[in-house]
Design a protein around this ligand. Structure first.
Ligand code: SAH
Ligand code: MG
Length: 219
């Protein structure tokens, strides 16, 4: 069954209104990589019927795609974020968006924008938002997952913790998807690339690559 789902994966595309909601959402997922993420998510959801997990909800841009893929298969998307932003999103850094600071608290808070994004896309009921630190949530999580999508913190500490925390929950026929994989250091940070290499060394094989998105499954 998994092979059939994999063969079908290239044919899976989001409906026009889902794609439009994704394209208008705040975030860091390019459209072509989003389409590849959607195809992987839809294939994994159809093949396993299990929840799809994302690390790094931010404002819900990629979550829209996982939510719609989950909805089609009768499952849910789980998405983990402390909603305080990664290092590079803090004030003074390259990816800071001042409109995402909670003025009362004085810290980043992407949860309100995330909730508006999922509401506007009509996909709220297909998403379970887990607000917390990825390793802490992974440590108490008990269920199996059809897909693990790693798009959280970009330090080695965070990327490694995401890999070590969530891969043990991935079903044998599930998919591991990693974003921001840059083999050339000139293109970006190396932490996601290092967990990608580790996955290859620990029994995963590459299914496909689109931009900086890598889709892997167990050999
Ligand atoms: N997937 C999003 C982008 C995610 S940006 C999109 O498509 O646009 C990375 C996110 O990871 C940030 O929102 C940050 O708050 C979150 N993050 C970073 N380290 C984390 C950790 N250890 N636990 C939970 N969330 C984390
Ligand atoms: Mg990313």
């Amino acid at each position: 069954m998994a092979d059939t789902a994999q063969a079908d994966a290239g044919a899976r595309v989001p409906a026009a209104e889902v794609l439009a909601a994704f394209e208008s959402a705040t975030g860091f997922m390019p459209v072509d990589e989003g389409l590849a993420l959607y195809a992987a998510a839809a294939g994994a959801a159809a093949a396993t019927g299990l929840p799809l997990l994302e690390v790094g909800s931010y404002c819900g841009r990629s979550t829209i795609l996982l939510a719609d893929a989950a909805r089609q298969a009768g499952t849910v998307a789980l998405t983990v974020d402390h909603h305080r932003g990664s290092e590079e999103q803090q004030p003074g850094w390259e990816y800071h968006d001042a409109s995402l600071v909670d003025p009362e608290v004085g810290l980043m808070d992407t949860l309100p924008r995330f909730r508006r994004t999922l509401h506007a896309a009509g996909l709220e009921q297909h998403v379970i938002a887990l607000v917390g630190r990825s390793p802490q949530v992974a440590a108490v999580w008990g269920g199996q997952l059809g897909l693990v999508f790693v798009d959280g913190g970009h330090t080695d500490e965070h990327a490694t913790a995401d890999y070590e925390g969530w891969v043990p929950h991935l079903a044998p026929e599930g998919l591991l998807v990693i974003h921001d994989v840059f083999p050339d250091p000139a293109d970006g940070g190396q932490a996601p690339y290092r967990i990608y290499l580790r996955a290859l060394a620990e029994g995963f094989a590459e299914v496909s690559a689109h931009g900086s998105l890598r889709v892997l499954r167990r050999r």
